[in-house]
Design a protein around this ligand. Sequence first.
Ligand code: AHM
Ligand code: MG
Length: 335
Amino acid sequence: MSKIRTIQQHIHDQERLFPGATGDFTALLTSLVLSAKIISREVNKAGLANILGETDNINTHGETVTKLDEYAQQTICRAIGYSGQTCIMASEESEDIIPMPAGSKRGKYVLMFDPLDGSSNIDVNASIGTIFSIHRKVSVGAGDGSLEDCLQPGSRQVAAGYFIYGSSTMMVYTTGDGVHGFTLDPSLGEFLLSHENIRTPARGKIYSINEGNQQKWDAPTRRYIDYLKQDEKEQGRPYSLRYIGSLVSDFHRNLLKGGIFLYPGPKGKLRLLYEASPLAMVVEQAGGAASTGTERILDLQPQSLHQKVPLIIGSKDDVAQYEQFCKEALATAGD
Ligand code: AHM
Ligand code: MG
């Protein structure tokens, strides 16, 4: 008989693994789970509620922000801002760091998030998600956090994960003790443990990349993708292309089935703090890998809040092979 466990019970057990735990971490994740339930409810109503379409607002990256992005951003800020567990936040949708509201208690955690990733998919009913990354405050003193607290390497995350609003709503998270998935039962309003200790296959059969960008790819990426398309006998297995254009969805599928997702250089599009780092922690905890092609994502020292990085993420052997293409390109350039 399989056990029934709620996310709350699971988080509580995870917190007990930290010596000297105070319950703050459980409270923070509980607030995050609440925000996700509210966002999920709104996403599910999106087709009905006549709230689709784009606002006149443009986000930090010059992209149009849809109303649900704003809603998700505000929901998380309201739920976490007053929870008393954080000292500073940062979001893909805010240009600057987000201070805690006046009069609210300051805590020891730092939350960074992408409130609604893949939002261009909202009005075609494809899956989208919320990504989160949690660090401990490192700046001196109690009280408000600062930019320094946000610009920490991913290897220092204490927890990371995502919510995916798909055929069902799921939460996938890690505190550094494996990766666990929970599915929301809407009738109960509870996330129930559905995927315990997720392990991603060492090698996959799927590659996910925006092929329309081929002209912009760097040379190793072009060579690698050509290689994947070669005859099965050349590269060992047939690869299928699967690309939704919603990072959480592409990542989640590849995590479960095995595969490689690429948003390559030279510049990349995805953000280190809100997308690459949290998913890198998840994938490594599941036995996979995340790289820029030449460096491990979790080792990167962030330089700015909205820094973009090339992101190659997924099954360990696939990512290692891509890195090998990058190494060979560098060696050839040095000849
Ligand atoms: P967003 O954070 O503005 O939604 O953009 C990020 C999204 C990712 O979900 C996805 O992987 C990528 O952009 C797709 O980009 P492209 O349309 O260039 O392939
Ligand atoms: Mg995003």
